[in-house]
Design a protein around this ligand. Structure first.
Ligand code: ATP
Ligand code: MG
Length: 275
């Protein structure tokens, strides 16, 4: 009997691996999550502006508002969605109906739904399914997932289906404590994590803190194979908050500002990493 069970288990593992390989092979789409431990560190602002720069690099981008309960990506893109990903999951709308155009060339949006209740779909993996279905379309070069803050099971589910994860942090001690918790969690299941320091005056500061976080990971004997890669900093810029309020993108409106330059460097590194 044990033989039969282990044969079945081996077959299942084989099938799962084959499925993973096939789904990778059959789609060009890279899923990149923008996440953070602490809230309000700049994830959504960075996701929207990063989408714009990726599109300038010739990528076809879908921004997916994965902040369940506090959707705000439609505000940053100044669109009024008549459907959200929720309508695909719960009401049977098609992907075509829930993927919306934005005012920007080569950027589409799958909006979230404010007030959507976590409890309704508890542990049903509905979120990862919609991402896999969009990947299977093979239409987009990049899906940018703007997650909510924190490490709840919904965020974890989105991170699970992502090819790359960018953690946004500031130098604030509580943000650093939270990003370390994220490193600890992801080191058990993922291969690497990019660290992006927002509201950080220069490149060197982010680099130095990344080294301290890595030293702490080594001291605490986290998985040695897990890579934490520093991808750059964005300085504080009042124009970022202002353009956000005006529902515009700072990298477009202030394309020669220091912060646009910073984000451009980050996107440049990211494009090299994913191609
Ligand atoms: N580098 C920056 N300089 C100045 N203001 C910034 C910068 N980055 C983000 N902001 C501002 O900080 C505020 C929070 O940003 P944002 O909403 O993008 O954070 P978030 O991480 O997505 O938040 P949440 O966790 O609530 O989803 C916004 O008003 C935004 O304009
Ligand atoms: Mg946000």
């Amino acid at each position: 009997m044990f033989d039969t069970i282990s044969t079945q288990a081996a077959q299942l593992i084989h099938l799962t691996n084959e499925y993973k390989l096939n789904s990778k092979k059959s789609s060009k789409t890279k899923v990149i999550a923008i996440t953070s431990g602490k809230g309000g560190v700049g994830k959504s602002t960075i996701s929207a502006n990063m989408a714009y720069l990726l599109a300038l690099y010739g990528k076809k981008v879908l921004v997916f508002d994965a902040d369940i309960g506090l959707a705000n990506m439609q505000i940053l893109f100044n669109v009024k969605p008549n459907a959200s990903f929720y309508d695909y999951i719960e009401r049977g709308l098609t992907l075509d109906e829930v993927i919306l155009d934005t005012p920007y060339k080569n950027i589409s949006l799958c909006a979230g739904k404010s007030g959507y209740q976590y409890g309704q779909n508890k542990s049903s993996f509905v979120y990862s399914r919609i991402i896999k279905d969009i990947v299977a379309l093979d239409t987009y070069d990049v899906i940018l997932l703007d997650t909510g803050a924190g490490l709840n099971e919904y965020v974890q589910e989105f991170l699970e289906v992502s090819d790359e994860i960018i953690a946004v942090t500031t130098t604030d001690p509580s943000a650093l404590t939270d990003v370390y918790a994220l490193i600890k969690m992801l080191s058990q299941t993922k291969e690497k994590l990019f660290l992006l320091f927002n509201q950080t005056p220069n490149y060197k500061i982010g680099e130095t803190i990344t080294k301290s976080l890595k030293d702490l990971a080594t001291k605490n004997k986290l998985n040695k194979l897990f890579m934490v890669k520093y991808i750059g900093n964005i300085s504080v810029d009042l124009n970022i908050a202002t353009t956000g309020r005006l529902r515009k993108l700072f990298v477009k409106e202030f394309d020669s500002s220091a912060s646009s330059f910073d984000l451009n460097n980050i996107v440049n590194s990211l494009v090299k990493e994913i191609s």
